[in-house]
Design a protein around this ligand. Structure first.
Ligand SMILES: [Zn+2]
Ligand SMILES: [Zn+2]
Length: 71
């Protein structure tokens, strides 16, 4: 597994798009929602993780995107 930018050995995979990135090219500043669930009193809650591995190139959307053409 090598970095998609420079070909050096990769340290991980982008959480969002699956590109492999090395220690020089990864970005770890994006908070991301890992899971949503209903807590007490049916209150929606989200498990959010900050500093996930991000390649810095793809652009994950903060909200789910509507895709009405799939219906
Ligand atoms: Zn690299
Ligand atoms: Zn990515």
């Amino acid at each position: 597994m090598v970095c998609h930018k420079c070909g050096e050995p990769a340290i991980g995979i982008c959480r969002f798009c699956g590109r492999a990135v090395c220690k020089e090219h990864h970005v770890t500043t994006l908070p991301t929602i890992l899971a949503m669930y209903l807590g007490d009193q049916q209150t929606p809650k989200a498990i959010v993780v900050s500093n996930v591995l991000w390649c810095g190139e793809c652009q994950p959307q903060p909200e789910p995107v509507e895709v009405p053409e799939f219906y």
